[in-house]
Design a protein around this ligand. Structure first.
Ligand code: SAM
Length: 234
């Protein structure tokens, strides 16, 4: 199971109409998501006109996609009225700048406009190595290959946003599916269980702390748990 499967199944089960993706790049996920109204936010899109055209032919609703070429912070600041008129985001996928503070801000902004029954899905919550979890300012500064010459993804410290939400929010249920670099699921509702880290403690956490206790820190679940979750929450 990967992020696209998770998004598609969530949209189908919840009959979601309005989808927002933060960090879209080539549109590999965005263009395939089956929602009626889709909003893409990225300061540096890499989607060619041909790719957009092919996506229209494949699914006509792609014709109405809205593209905002800017950072997520600028988007939420400049388009808050448009978002208010939208009648709620049903599914948001957060995959922009892979840093703790930024991904946290993205979650908080998405929560402001999330439908009561909406779902936030966040990529890169469970880095597999210290090199993937490196705390640098951007993808460009992260290592591209490991010592064996294998290609590396960059998940940064997005995992700390999961720790933050699980430590500070009584009104959110948060868990991470153990697949595709860790796919976080955030919904409004009572938390299954909580953590008790302060923000200072979270800032000071290191990758070894995650390794020592991934299951508990992330509320890590096997990918199949998604079905149980969607059955109970649709
Ligand atoms: C990993 S890629 C997204 C991949 C895409 N979601 C997918 O699954 O195919 C991350 C993207 O985030 C964008 N990004 C970086 N900083 C951002 C920010 N502050 N706000 C929104 N997007 C950002 C980058 O330009 C890049 O295209």
């Amino acid at each position: 199971m990967d992020r696209l499967d998770i998004i598609q199944q969530t949209i189908q089960k919840k009959k979601a109409q309005r989808y927002l993706e933060i960090g879209v790049k080539k549109g590999k996920v965005f263009l395939q998501v089956p929602a009626r109204r889709k909003i893409a936010v990225d300061p540096n899109f890499k989607i060619s006109f041909k790719k957009k055209k092919d996506a229209w032919l494949q699914d006509a609703s792609n014709f109405f996609n809205k593209y905002y070429e800017m950072t997520s912070d600028d988007f939420f600041e400049r388009y808050h009225r448009r978002l208010q008129r939208l009648d709620g985001i049903d599914v948001a996928f957060i995959d922009g700048l892979h840093r703790y503070r930024q991904s946290l801000k993205d979650v908080q902004n998405c929560l402001t406009y999330l439908s009561p029954n909406g779902v936030i899905i966040m990529h890169d919550c469970n880095p597999a190595s210290e090199a993937e979890a490196v705390e640098v300012a951007s993808r460009e500064q992260a290592p591209r290959i490991n010592s064996q010459g294998q290609k590396l993804g960059w998940s940064g410290d997005v995992w700390k946003t999961i720790v933050h939400l699980r430590s500070t929010r009584e009104d959110l249920n948060v868990f991470v599916l153990d697949c595709d670099h860790g796919v976080g699921i955030i919904t409004k509702g009572r938390p299954e269980n909580k953590l008790d880290f302060t923000t200072e403690m979270i800032e000071a956490l290191a990758y070894e702390d995650l390794v020592r206790n991934r299951e508990q820190i992330l509320n890590l679940k096997p990918p199949e748990y998604l079905h149980q979750f969607l059955r109970a929450n649709s």
